[in-house]
Ligand binder design. Structure first.
Ligand code: WT7
Length: 647
């Protein structure tokens, strides 16, 4: 296949789940998994219909499970449901009423625990506040808040009255807020005076103020007092959260909403142009969040579960709030940075709250490795029984470190592949079943039917890299890009005539049917006619003891078409130039002559988005010696580009 992506990474290690883990797991045998997967593929109506009936609480049962072909599939039509009811009310008639729903820790060290009953009360009150401010079912509400319990309260309050929330990550600028307010035509913004990040106050309210001139649809702003910093309150527009809550009633019936009622919009950056407003609806999304989190994290009622993501990303929506709460789990929430006041903060929290399940991102894992083993080793991590990762391909060596240093060689690792658009985890080990391989997100969950295809949509053989697609609809998939259905079709479905969902990632499936993600297809480089995945070269680099992190991009090369340029963060100080040759040889012996780097550039840092993803498009410009025309507003540290250019 000429347009196949050649895979050059070899990984033979494999780790079966410990027998004890399997013995207690919800899904505990390969046969059970196969049976579920096959049924979901052959008869999705029965599979999802049965789950929706038994797992979701309905005010009115649905008439049909699925109607219409992908991408226009409608789920559970005729049913009436409410996501906040699903997360809260139904636990109040059980012993979970007084179970901790949220265990929260602020960056300065302040803590709060809210039981399901307490959370329910706050949600009802804030739902009444929103109503009082004129928010109606169908309106959009922007949430621009720190990682505090009130963010969860505001989300569930929106869900309770059928307002669609649009959460903007607290690291975004006034400009980004205005864009999103306008695109969603938000009526109310909920924010805070500020939030804590590495000991400094993030001026959330000021950013909102600076967005207001360009946010014409916004009528009211609610401000939570968090840091106590000075803020300006505009009369008849701005209200303190605590003033509004003081007299709010704690009685608020959950609105009976259609299955396809819009639950939230979440903006995700496109490679070009304005951000895409990914829209998720109620019943399908909730079923997906609830079931995938139970299958993958194998929740036990006594578990303390911690997902370190920010709620401003989809991971926080599905796996801090909707999935865990629907399952009645205790979910830890932490406001601040992992290295504040020192690099041991996460491990201190694991020890303090005796966390059992820990879910984080490769970018964080690589930072932990760089900071050194002494930090996790200071703390008792023996409560951990399961580890997870999400967001990027994890390099096998980082995976091994995670397993050994954090998991004590005892915890299964679930490497979960999914996207903002998929709503929930798609490919992942089942921790009691799957024998994992470092760097592979392994196999599809029940209801997920992926394939690896060529540009023409032809399925590729084992171990041939190609495009990752989904061939069947699933309940928690995005329904549209808000206000731009044409772009939705164009971005995800046009490539294969509407028949398959195109994820935008390159991947291969090995001889055991395990999937290996090779990164975004935009990141593939073509060296002398061989299409290589930059991620695999990065993994080879990171397996060398000198290297903490690496980003690889192509650049125009006279002979080869594209050459390989590697930006490398060393573990210690910037090494002498000989080290460059050492690394070139290392990649050569690890994966072969074709992947020998043309350039190695040492750098103290890499340009990253605020969610921790390396911005390879900027590196491509630097490698090619071009002026960049790219949008850099999502860059976390603007000064990095200058440093890289100088280097
Ligand atoms: C893209 C989606 C899903 C929550 C966080 C990111 C990459 C995600 C993995 C993984 C390899 C992964 C993909 C995907 N990605 N998880 N386990 N292994 N790559 O959400 O911002 O929508 O990004 O993240 O490239 O397409 P997102």
């Amino acid at each position: 296949m000429s347009d196949a992506i050649e895979s050059i990474l070899h990984e033979d290690r494999q780790f079966a789940p410990p027998a004890e883990f399997t013995a207690n797991a919800l899904i505990s045998s390969e046969e059970h998994y196969q049976e579920m997967w096959q049924q979901a593929k052959d008869d999705p109506t029965t599979f999802w219909g049965d789950l929706a009936t038994s797992e979701l609480d309905w005010f009115q049962p649905f008439d049909s499970v699925m109607e219409g072909d992908m991408p226009e599939t409608k789920w559970f039509q005729g049913g009436k449901i409410n996501a906040s009811y699903q997360c809260l009310d139904r636990h109040l008639t059980t012993w979970r009423k007084n179970k901790a729903a949220i265990v929260w820790e602020g960056e300065p060290g302040d803590t709060r625990t809210l039981t399901y009953q307490e959370l329910h009360r706050e949600v009802c009150k804030f739902a009444n506040v929103l109503k009082q401010l004129g928010v109606e079912t169908g309106d959009r509400v922007t949430l621009y808040m720190p990682m505090v319990p009130e963010l969860t309260i505001a989300m569930l309050a929106c869900a309770r009255i059928g307002a669609t929330h649009s959460i903007i990550f607290g690291g975004f600028s006034a400009e980004a807020i205005a864009d999103r307010n306008n695109d969603a035509q938000a009526k109310v913004v909920v924010t805070a005076d500020g939030g804590w990040r590495r000991g400094k106050e993030v001026p959330l309210k000021t950013n909102v103020d600076n967005s207001m001139e360009k946010s014409k649809s916004v009528q009211k702003v609610v401000v939570l007092r968090r840091t106590g910093g000075d803020v300006e309150m505009v009369p008849d527009r701005d209200y303190w959260w605590h003033d509004l809550m003081e007299n709010a009633s704690a009685e608020c019936e959950a609105e009976q909403l259609d299955s396809e009622h819009p639950l939230f919009i979440l903006y995700t950056s496109g490679s070009t142009g304005k951000p895409k407003g990914v829209l998720h609806t109620t019943a399908g999304y909730m079923l997906g969040a609830q079931m995938t989190s139970r299958w993958v994290f194998d929740y036990k009622d006594e578990d303390t579960y911690w997902c370190t993501a920010d709620i401003g990303w989809i991971t926080g929506h599905s796996y801090i709030v909707y999935g865990p709460l629907a399952n009645g789990v205790t979910s830890v929430m932490y406001e601040g940075a992992p290295n504040w006041p020192d690099e041991g903060r996460f491990w201190e929290l694991v020890e303090k709250h005796r966390v059992n399940i820990f879910y984080t991102a490769p970018t964080a894992i690589r930072a932990f490795i760089k900071w050194g083993d002494e930090w996790p080793q200071k703390y008792d991590l023996s409560s951990l029984r399961l580890l997870g990762t999400v967001g990027e391909p994890i390099n096998p060596e980082a995976w091994m470190w995670y397993r050994k240093v954090i998991g004590g060689d005892r915890c299964p690792i679930v490497d979960t592949w999914w996207q903002t658009e998929t709503g929930g985890i798609m490919l992942s080990p089942l921790p009691g079943v799957t024998a994992t391989k470092p760097g592979s997100c392994t196999t599809p969950l029940p209801g997920v039917v992926p394939a690896i295809v060529t540009e023409d949509g032809e399925e590729l053989d084992a171990n041939q890299g190609g495009l990752l697609v989904m061939t069947q609809p699933w309940p928690h998939m995005l329904r549209t890009l808000y206000g731009d259905h044409d772009r939705f079709i164009e971005t995800y479905f046009a490539k294969f005539n509407g028949k398959m969902y195109f994820a935008g990632d390159g991947a291969r499936k090995d001889e055991d049917g395990f999937y290996w993600i090779m990164g975004r297809v935009d990141d593939v480089i073509n060296v002398s006619g061989h299409r290589l995945s930059t991620m695999e070269v990065e993994s080879a680099l990171v397996s060398h003891e000198l290297v903490a992190e690496a980003a690889v991009v192509g650049f125009p090369h006279e002979l080869k078409g594209e050459g390989i340029c590697c930006f490398v963060i060393p573990k210690g100080d910037i090494p002498a130039d000989e080290a460059k040759e050492t690394l070139r040889q290392h990649v050569r012996t690890q994966i072969g002559a074709i992947a020998t780097p043309d350039q190695i550039r040492f750098t103290p840092a890499l340009p990253k988005t605020r969610s921790g993803k390396i911005m390879r498009r900027l590196l491509r410009d630097i490698a090619a010696g071009r002026e960049s025309t790219q949008d850099t507003t999502t860059l976390e540290d603007q000064s990095i580009l200058e440093k890289l250019r100088e280097g």
